[in-house]
Design a protein around this ligand. Structure first.
Ligand SMILES: [Zn+2]
Length: 302
C-alpha cells in the first residue's frame, strides 16, 4: 500500500496493511493492537490457535479477528490476534486508540502480525495511504531497523528459515569451544545499499570475525545468518551489531573450554559455509486474503 509499481511494498491479492512484530518472543511479551479509527464493533472471533507459521487448509475459519464499521459505512478488519486477548465485544462503540487485543498469528498467517484492512460501503478495498486517510503517515522507505537477535548453539539450516527465525528460541548464553554457532538477525525495512554487520570479539578482546552483509534490493523484512565455528580465547565474548555503521545492539555470551581443545577440534573439523549463508532472505508474504467476508449487517444489540 502507499505506492504503485516497482516501488510498492505489496504483493498480489493482498488488500490490507500488515504490521509485523518479528517473532513469537515479542508476541509472548504482549504487543497491543489499537483501533485506527472510531466505529462500532460488528463481530469478533476468538479462541483460535495463535502460533501459525504456514497457511493451513481452512485457516481462514480459525482467525481471531475484530470487524468494525466506521460511521461513514466503511469497515475495518483487524486480523490474526493472539488467542483469548480480544478486549471488545459486538455492539460496542470504540474510538481511535481503543485497545482491541494483542498481536498474534491466528488464521492464515505465517508469523505474528496484525493485518488491518479498510473497505468502502460497496466492499471495495481502500488504500488509506494513497487516499490520504492517514493523519501522520510513516516514512515509506523507512531506515533499516533491528527486530530480533537470534544466536544459536547450532548452525542455521538452509531451509525453512522463516519458521526458525519466527519461532526465535531463547538466545544461547553459554557455549562450549569448537561449537559451530549460528548468528542470526531479523531486520525490518531497509533500502539498497544498507549494511548490516556483526563484529564478534573473544574473551581476550581479540577479533574473532566481522560478519557483513549489504542489501541489494529493498526488503520489508529480512533474516540474515552466519554459521561460524568458535576458535580462540574463552571467556565473555561480545557481538556488536551495526546497521549502516551505527551500533544497534551489543550481545554477550560465554565461551567455555580451553584453547588447545578448540584448536584441535577446529583443525579436524573445518567449517564449510552453508548454502545461502550471509545472504538476506525475505520472509514470504505474511498472510493471504481471508476467504470469509466480513459481516455487512448491523451488529446484534446486547
Ligand atoms: Zn495481511
Amino acid at each position: 500500500m502507499g505506492e504503485r509499481g516497482v516501488d510498492a511494498k505489496t504483493y498480489d491479492g493482498h488488500t490490507g496493511l500488515d504490521v509485523s512484530i518479528g517473532s513469537f518472543r515479542n508476541m509472548d511479551r504482549g504487543v497491543g493492537v489499537y483501533a485506527v479509527a472510531p466505529g462500532t464493533v460488528m463481530r469478533t472471533t476468538d479462541g483460535n490457535f495463535d502460533r501459525n507459521v504456514a497457511f493451513l487448509p481452512g485457516c481462514g475459519d480459525s482467525v481471531n479477528a475484530v470487524y468494525v464499521t466506521h460511521p461513514s459505512g466503511y469497515y475495518f478488519e483487524y486480523l490474526h490476534f493472539k488467542k483469548d486477548t480480544i478486549a471488545v465485544e459486538p455492539g460496542q462503540t470504540i474510538q481511535a486508540g481503543t485497545y482491541l487485543g494483542e498481536v498474534g498469528s491466528s488464521g492464515c498467517s505465517n508469523g505474528p502480525h496484525v493485518h488491518v484492512e479498510l473497505r468502502d460501503c460497496g466492499g471495495a478495498p481502500i488504500d488509506p495511504f494513497l487516499t490520504g486517510l492517514v493523519l501522520d503517515p510513516p516514512t515509506y522507505d523507512a531506515p533499516m531497523r533491528l527486530f530480533e537477535v537470534t544466536f544459536r548453539a547450532t548452525p542455521f539450516p538452509s531451509a525453512d528459515l522463516a519458521t526458525v527465525f519466527t519461532q526465535a528460541a531463547p538466545n544461547v548464553t553459554s557455549v562450549p569451544v569448537a561449537t559451530t554457532m549460528g548468528f542470526g538477525l531479523t531486520l525490518a525495512d531497509g533500502i539498497v545499499g544498507d549494511t548490516v554487520a556483526i563484529e564478534v570479539r573473544r574473551g581476550d578482546g581479540s577479533r574473532f570475525d566481522d560478519l557483513r552483509g549489504k542489501l541489494t534490493i529493498p526488503y520489508p523484512s529480512s533474516v540474515w545468518f552466519w554459521n561460524r565455528t568458535l576458535t580462540g580465547a574463552p571467556g565473555e565474548w561480545t557481538a556488536t551489531i551495526r546497521l549502516d555503521g551505527e551500533v544497534a545492539r551489543v550481545v554477550s555470551f560465554e565461551v567455555t573450554g580451553d584453547a588447545k581443545a578448540r584448536a584441535k577440534a577446529s583443525t579436524l573439523e573445518p567449517w564449510v559455509p552453508g548454502p545461502g549463508e550471509g545472504v538476506a532472505h525475505p520472509f514470504p508474504p505474511l498472510d493471504r486474503r481471508e476467504p470469509a467476508s466480513p459481516p455487512r449487517s448491523a451488529p446484534a444489540q446486547r
